[in-house]
Design a protein around this ligand. Structure first.
Ligand SMILES: Cc1cc2nc3c(=O)[nH]c(=O)nc-3n(C[C@H](O)[C@H](O)[C@H](O)COP(=O)(O)OP(=O)(O)OC[C@H]3O[C@@H](n4cnc5c(N)ncnc54)[C@H](O)[C@@H]3O)c2cc1C
Length: 403
């Protein structure tokens, strides 16, 4: 069995993997470029399949304690009337509801559990190269080279270094790059939201003539999380902290009609963050003999899938199970790929479809017509349910990975 795993990237995938590897009794060092006290990010949603993966390694309690459940989604027309709603998850399922929390809280809470179980985190260190030395290096057969020249050795290396992964390029120089979708997702948070925020545990989409804004009230703090999706024909810079907020606010306000809740919420927000949307549907090569990818480095699900964080957690837990049960890393990676490939590719494809539907002008017009018809008929006796098959994934931690 691998004795020491080096993880490049301490986001959600890397941290979930560290936590699960420690649960399997494997030593872990996580190397992350961000500082330890980085509190960037905004709202993130852990769907029931992600919570199931955390439950498998007994790490769900901290997320349940620090998040709130999402019961319903609603769509509010420009005139303020409700034009549609859906249940966030099937009430008959035993998987529970999606959970919502601040991204930095999710990262910090998973990290705290991983540390308690013995994982080592090094923050503020950027990895500039990785290689496999064929087993003859003194410290172990895989090496991560840090900026400044220091090296970290292990016997397995995990690339959990996000959308623009360096490790992906080292595994396969010909690897396809994630494709920009021409849209971006902007996330925000207002600690003191304006009048009439959505009721707790409801995600409300306020539909405007140019864009929607979806908001939900944090029932723990009373603040309001929100996100919107906008066209992004050119690559946009990513908001990373307070210095970006005013510029992003100025860019955003023209998308929302003056005097609406959406415009007031953007104005009241102290945190705004913008990510260009990408998709990576199919990566031919997931691993080499001792190096493997996880999370956004491996498959980029567009935000419309709402599965980025949950898939990253599933990946981390499944990889730990594979390394626990298969002593030869290449065999463990082959089982990991067999367990994961069709699922992650199907989730990414579903998210892509959702993104193109949301932005297609004809689709938008048809949806507006459908909403008007539903309102006239006082519609929707049976509300649809979110998530579908994507929520049904289950990890049996006690079972041997791959049978
Ligand atoms: C700072 C931040 C804030 C985010 N906020 C949100 C949010 O509010 N809502 C949302 O839905 N999603 C957010 N995301 C994205 C979301 O976390 C991911 O899409 C998803 O959870 C998959 O996680 P991941 O761990 O694979 O990738 P990421 O979360 O992107 O993590 C990748 C990690 O790798 C590190 N890294 C990258 N390159 C190197 C390197 N060369 N050396 C060392 N470390 C490296 C990065 O610092 C980062 O911590 C955020 C991501 C980041 C990094």
């Amino acid at each position: 069995m691998a004795e020491h795993v080096v993880i490049v990237g301490g986001g959600i995938a890397g941290t979930a993997a560290a936590l699960a590897l420690r649960t399997a009794g494997i030593a872990v060092t996580v190397l992350d470029a961000r500082p330890a006290d980085d509190d960037s990010g905004a709202v993130v949603r852990i769907n029931p399949n992600g919570m199931d993966a955390l439950r498998a390694v007994n790490a769900h309690q901290t997320i349940l304690a620090g998040s709130f459940p999402l019961v319903r989604t609603e769509r509010i027309g420009a005139d303020g009337a409700r034009v549609g709603y859906a249940l966030a998850a099937d009430p008959a399922s035993d998987r529970g509801l999606p959970r919502v929390l601040h991204w930095s809280q999710l990262a910090a809470r998973l990290r705290a559990v991983a540390r308690d179980r013995g994982a080592v985190f090094r923050h503020g260190v950027r990895v500039c190269d990785v290689h496999e030395s064929g087993g003859d290096a003194s410290g172990g057969p895989v090496t991560a080279v840090l900026e400044g020249g220091q090296t970290v050795h292990g016997d397995v290396l995990v690339g959990a270094d996000g959308v623009h992964s360096l490790v992906r390029r080292r595994i396969d120089a010909e690897a396809p790059a994630p494709q920009r979708l021409g849209t971006r997702t902007v996330y925000g948070f207002a600690a003191d939201p304006p009048r009439e925020p959505p009721p707790p545990e409801v995600l409300r989409s306020y539909l405007g003539p140019k864009a929607f804004l979806a908001a939900t009230r944090d029932s723990l703090s009373g603040g309001c999380f929100w996100f919107t999706s906008l066209p992004a024909p050119e690559p946009a810079s990513r908001g990373t902290g307070p210095r970006d907020v005013d510029g992003l606010r100025t860019e955003l306000l023209p998308w929302f009609a003056e005097g609406t809740f959406a415009a007031d919420l953007v104005r009241a927000s102290e945190r705004i963050l913008s990510f260009d949307d990408h998709a990576l549907d199919h990566l031919p090569r997931w691993s080499t003999g001792r190096t493997v990818l996880l999370g956004d480095a491996l498959h980029v699900a567009p935000p419309a899938s709402e599965q980025g964080a949950a898939l990253a957690i599933e990946d981390g837990v499944e990889l730990a199970r594979c390394l626990r049960d298969h002593p030869v890393p290449a065999e463990a990676f082959a089982v990991f790929e067999r367990l994961r490939r069709s699922r992650v590719e199907a989730v990414v494809a579903r998210g892509r479809l959702g993104t193109s539907r949301a932005h297609h002008p004809l689709r938008r017009r048809l949806r507006a017509l459908r909403d008007r018809g539903r309102r006239l008929l006082d519609w929707q006796r049976r509300p649809p349910t979110g998530g579908g098959w994507t929520y049904d994934h289950h990890i049996d931690w006690a079972a041997r990975a791959g049978g």
